[in-house]
Design a protein around this ligand. Structure first.
Ligand SMILES: [Zn+2]
Length: 304
């Protein structure tokens, strides 16, 4: 069975059929209801939250190649209308792929000011050479803030704010839907595997811990423990999940900090296995540890 499947695949690949077929396939966008008029959409490259009504509000927009399919999936939600507001939780392509489409349609694109600044320049990640092109003006956030803000009023009010700890980048934001008690936090929390530590645009391991603590306090500010927290990828998290993550990343941060103080570098940190007891649950941590260690060096010597 396996052999024949593989042979079939190789034949198709050799004929040049398999790859184009895969790339031409439309992404499968699925939705899960989080509360009244509030949905999680998955399959566009990153988690997307949409609040439906006469004016739809979206948090993040998936990858650019999936923007059309995502727009269709949002339009097909019950009680949906035109998307008037899009939040970018940070500048990464998994969050900003609908900016151009929605910017051209006249939507308000809200981001923390640092996110707008990153989208205005070309970026190359030093650890793998990956390049990101700056955005055209129409695709850039057109409403930025520094600290916090609100959208709408009364029962439909939405509160948003800066996660200033530099958990993932230096422009992370959260969006809180009080009516549904749902908090979208982008990649400041990770629901699946180890997070990307993008120290090139400001993230660092200490910020992961600080950002998770901030998420805890925003989530508990309403006085109950039932807040649903939507990370940038992976399943919805509970307040208890976030508390467990604070402990885990706090432990790893302490260990890496001690090694940094002893002058150890990223490779020595990877060899020391500072995430050993978490590997069975979380998977291979080597890249996460390496980036985290680099992030500590970048954080402690910002001008180097
Ligand atoms: Zn990200």
């Amino acid at each position: 069975m396996f052999v024949s499947t593989r042979r079939t695949f190789l034949k198709a690949a050799a004929a040049g059929v398999a790859a184009p077929y895969v790339f031409a396939q439309a992404p499968r966008i699925e939705n899960t209801q989080l509360g009244d008029n509030l949905y999680l959409l998955t399959g566009a490259g990153g988690n997307v939250v949409a609040r439906t009504g006469p004016e739809v509000v979206m948090v993040d927009g998936g990858l650019a190649q999936n923007a059309g399919a995502l727009a269709q999936a949002v339009a097909a939600l019950p009680n949906s209308g035109p998307v008037r507001t899009l939040f970018n939780t940070h500048w990464h392509p998994e969050q900003t792929g609908s900016n151009e489409r929605l910017g051209m349609a006249g939507a308000t694109i809200i981001a923390q000011e640092n996110t707008r600044l990153w989208l205005q320049q070309n970026i190359t990640w030093p650890w793998n050479g990956q390049k990101f092109k700056k955005f055209a003006k129409i695709a850039q956030p057109n409403k930025t803030f520094y600290d916090k803000g609100t959208l709408g009023s009364g029962p439909s009010e939405i509160r948003y704010g800066y996660i200033s700890d530099a958990a993932h980048t230096d422009g992370d934001l959260y969006v809180y839907f009080p009516q549904q008690n749902v908090l979208a936090v982008g990649d400041a929390a990770c629901g699946q595997g180890w997070p990307v530590v993008d120290w090139w645009t400001g993230g660092w391991i200490g910020g992961i811990v600080g950002g998770l603590q901030r998420i805890q306090s925003v989530a508990s500010s309403n006085g109950n423990k039932d807040t649903k927290i939507v990370p940038g990828r992976g399943p919805v998290l509970s307040v208890a999940d976030i508390a467990a993550q604070v402990d885990m990343y706090g432990t790893i941060y302490d260990r890496l900090n001690q090694m940094t103080n002893k002058g150890r570098g990223p490779s020595e940190a990877v060899e020391a296995k500072p995430a050993k007891e978490f590997e069975a649950k979380m998977g291979n941590p080597d890249e996460f540890i390496r980036r985290s260690m680099e992030s500590l060096w970048a954080y402690l010597s910002p001008d180097a």
